[in-house]
Ligand binder design. Structure first.
Ligand SMILES: [Zn+2]
Length: 315
């Protein structure tokens, strides 16, 4: 029941000569409505931003064999090949039905996903992985930190957001990657680049996709933001002492990576929807192809970290 509805209801005094009776009934109905909404339910991962992040998004081809299959606010990427597919990131637990339907509506099958990898294992990028793994039977591969989180803890101690976020559902097993490792499924070659900072296990990914004989370098960048639970300090954390040098390693990766198309775990972090809109309006050259985007993201992220470290001085 909406608040507005309740107010209107209470104004119909004629039906309830006794205002206390009216109030009691309204309270009862409100309690019922609250109960019902709890049951129909937002899963445990729900957060203030989750409904916005999880808004439906029509899936589409980004370039060549690279497709967007996530909800509007959380990227999930499908790379396809004749011998099976790769999925990067699983968004929220409640995003899974959308991701599966999006894959199908593009003419592919979740059952043909052979490998699931991730940017980082917070609930908004890794929350859907366990269920997507169960539906596909795919292998899961991740950085050593992320394997621990995905298979044992659900949230990592030493993570800047430890204590303030919900754990991810666990997967039965995951392969441990080393930095720079290239994974293959069919003719897909996907390389892992450890880009820690936002989490100690953060991973970015690079690959090539081709269209009409033109092959481009794609980068899927992990979050580069210094977000934390209350009380955490990036400048001198005992739980995560290498946080600042980790971020710097990640920025250096972004500056150096061959990068024709930048994708980010939150599409807004790379202005992706504006770039796509430009493409759809027929802007040429295609604004989705943006070779400076990785360097620009590195610059913005370095500035965010600088401001964060500045704000930690004297605290
Ligand atoms: Zn995160």
């Amino acid at each position: 029941m909406s608040h507005q509805h309740e107010v209107k209801f209470m104004r119909k005094r004629n039906h309830f000569p006794n205002p206390i009776a009216a109030l009691t009934l309204a309270t009862f109905l409100l309690a019922l409505a609250t109960l019902a909404s709890g049951q129909s339910g937002a899963p445990a991962s729900s957060c203030a931003d989750c409904p916005v992040w999880n808004k439906p998004q029509q899936p589409f081809r980004i370039y060549g064999n690279t497709y967007y299959v996530g909800p509007r606010g959380l990227t999930s990427i499908l790379l396809t090949s004749k011998a099976g597919h790769v999925l990067i990131d699983g968004a929220l637990p409640e995003s899974v039905p959308q991701i599966v339907a999006n894959i199908r509506s593009l003419g592919f099958r979740i059952e043909d996903v052979k490998l699931i990898v991730n940017s980082h294992v917070h609930f908004d990028h890794g929350g859907g992985i366990a269920e997507l793994q169960r539906l596909s039977g795919a292998k899961v591969a991740a950085s050593p930190w992320s394997v621990e989180v995905l298979t044992k803890s659900g949230v990592g101690k030493g993570d800047p957001q430890f204590g303030s976020i919900t754990p991810v559902a666990l997967v039965p097993r995951a392969d441990t990657l080393r930095d720079g490792r290239t994974l293959s499924v069919g003719d897909i070659r996907l390389t892992a680049h450890f880009t820690p900072g936002h989490t100690p296990g953060g991973t970015s990914w690079t690959w090539k996709s081709c269209e009409n004989g033109r092959c481009l370098s794609l980068v899927y960048s992990d979050s580069m933001t210094p977000v934390s639970a209350d009380g955490f300090r990036f400048s001198d954390s005992r739980e995560y002492p290498t946080a600042v040098q980790d971020f710097e390693k990640s920025f250096a990766f972004l500056k150096a990576a061959p990068c024709d198309i930048l994708l980010t775990s939150h599409p807004d972090a790379s202005g992706f929807w504006q770039r796509l809109e430009g493409r759809q309006k027929g802007v040429r050259p295609d604004p989705v192809v943006s070779p400076n985007a990785c360097k620009e993201l590195a610059g913005r992220a370095a500035e965010q970290l600088r401001r964060r470290l500045e704000s930690e001085k004297g605290r």
